[in-house]
Design a protein. Structure first.
Length: 298
């Protein structure tokens, strides 16, 4: 389920505009990204000796099927610099006015480093004239996705690379991501838990609420049931009413996502993009995770 914003153009941007590159941790619906010409560089997922390219060799549904039947937590790996360089060269050939890369939080992954290494390689190639800027989103999943969407719209509307880069940097500082987890097991195993360690050892019925703050996962609160956790997330959005834009919902194979979106609608009159949490974030967050991402209006 996804709802493309009404300002999304019907086709990808042509040459002469600033293009947006991000990575597959953004969890953007493919059709929404394609409509704005956003290029998504995939990370890889490893189950034991088997390695897959996110969403190319392993769909989100296939990932969750494997997770259920696997005794061990899958591993994720950042894209190689060559993957980004290939994309940069393709965009240069298409006549892009410049490229802004909005990356998964540098505190959680080496993805941004790969993007930077590729940008240096492009800069040293005298046969190419392509300005590539890298922005650390300091966030994850649809938090990253909403930044990429907003920047792609600006690029499509003719914004300069300086303006698009400035927008990405501003949004990275104003992006809020809150999620309700069904379990902390995956975060614990994956070492991505940050200050949420305080939640470990609580009763199994507790549903942790996490926040992505300054690029890492932090404990925000905890609720006793899933219904209370969803209501808490709705109230969180309500508390930003009038100061919230580009609201998105993300979920990890959740059957209650439609009901959750309906709960949010009274407090947000814009369109809501819904993304499926895929392998990159789902590996750490776990099945059943549901959350919201939005930009706080300054």
């Amino acid at each position: 389920m996804s709802e493309a914003p009404s300002s999304t153009p019907a086709s990808s941007p042509s040459s002469g505009v600033v293009r947006i590159v991000t990575d597959s941790s953004c969890d953007l619906p493919a059709e929404v990204a394609a409509a704005l010409g956003i290029i998504i560089v995939p990370l890889s997922i490893r189950f034991g000796d088997e390695e897959f390219i996110d969403r190319e060799q392993l769909t989100v549904a296939e990932f969750w099927t494997r997770v259920v039947s696997s005794d061990t937590l899958p591993e994720t790996a950042a894209p190689a610099p060559g993957q980004f360089e290939t994309v940069y060269r393709e965009l240069a050939a298409e006549g892009a006015a410049g490229v802004v890369v909005v990356s998964l939080s540098g505190a959680l992954s080496a993805t941004m480093q790969s993007a930077e290494l590729a940008a240096r390689s492009i800069a040293s190639d005298e046969s190419l004239d392509l300005d590539v800027r890298i922005v650390d989103s300091r966030t994850v999943t649809m938090g990253l996705g909403t930044i990429a969407l907003a920047c792609a719209r600006a690029g499509h509307d003719g914004a300069s690379i300086d303006d698009v880069e400035a927008l990405a940097t501003s949004l990275a500082q104003r992006t809020r991501v809150f999620g309700a987890l069904d379990t902390l097991d995956n975060l614990k195993k994956g070492g991505r838990i940050g200050n949420a360690r305080a939640l470990l050892g609580t009763a199994l019925s507790i549903k942790p609420i996490i926040e992505v703050a300054d690029g890492v996962v932090e404990q925000e609160s905890k609720q006793r049931t899933r219904s209370k956790a969803l209501a808490y997330l709705v109230n969180k959005v309500k508390s930003f009413e009038g100061r919230c834009e580009n609201l998105a919902v993300m979920h990890a194979d959740c059957s209650d996502v439609d009901a959750f979106v309906d709960m949010l609608r009274p407090y947000y009159d814009g369109e809501i993009v819904v993304g499926e949490i895929g392998p990159v974030i789902g590996t750490h967050g776990g099945r059943g995770t549901i959350g919201v991402a939005f930009h706080e209006v300054s």
